[in-house]
Design a protein around this ligand. Structure first.
Ligand SMILES: Nc1ncnc2c1ncn2[C@@H]1O[C@H](COP(=O)(O)OP(=O)(O)OP(=O)(O)O)[C@@H](O)[C@H]1O
Ligand SMILES: [Mg+2]
Length: 166
């Protein structure tokens, strides 16, 4: 399994921006981790990497924020406040899952059964003041992305963890 130690908010954003360069249409990414793990911060980096210059609001209350960047649709979901996966229907989940849009989903467990399966699961956990991020591919596309990511130079504050550390 691939994992990294990410020291500080700027490094988290830098790692998101690195990932952004590897995204392809239709990718579904789950962001798992406790409250305050750094999921939204990673999305900020991803969107910045895709060219978004504005602010990135946490979809804590809206549940969904949409972005259109360089002809690409990106949907950022935070399902923490979802009481039932069926509520995703009201959010227009069917329209969102058009096979071309990119989905970034915080608290995906809350949408199990209705959400599409993940191409990539990013698990983030606290490690003192830093974070550990684990990447688990869920599809061939996810595996391909993981291979390419592991070959890239890392931003400042990010170090690769050896495989046997968990
Ligand atoms: N790698 C990191 N090292 C240190 N601090 C970080 C790191 N990544 C994010 N943070 C900080 O952690 C805090 C929480 O981040 P964030 O809001 O992204 O968490 P979250 O996982 O989205 O939480 P929630 O589940 O509440 O949506 C922020 O203050 C952010 O700056
Ligand atoms: Mg968040």
């Amino acid at each position: 399994m691939l994992s990294w130690r990410i020291q500080g908010t700027e490094a988290q954003i830098g790692f998101g921006a690195l990932l952004a360069g590897l995204l392809v249409d239709g990718l579904v990414i789950y962001l798992e981790g406790d409250l305050g793990a750094g999921k939204t911060t990673l999305v900020r980096g991803l969107l910045r990497g895709l060219g978004h210059a504005g602010t990135v609001r946490s979809p804590t209350y809206s549940l969904l924020e949409d972005y259109r960047l360089a002809d690409r649709s990106i949907h950022h979901l935070d399902l923490y406040r979802l009481a039932d996966p069926e509520e995703l229907e009201y959010l227009g989940i069917r329209d969102i899952c058009d096979g071309r849009s990119i989905l970034l989903v915080e608290w995906p467990d809350k949408g199990r059964g209705v959400l599409p399966v993940a191409d990539l699961v990013l698990r983030i956990r606290h490690a003192g003041v830093a974070r550990i991020l684990e990447l688990v591919p869920g599809s061939k596309g996810g595996e391909y992305l993981a291979d390419r990511l592991s070959a890239l130079a890392l931003p400042a504050g990010v170090t690769r963890q050896s495989n046997n550390v968990d």
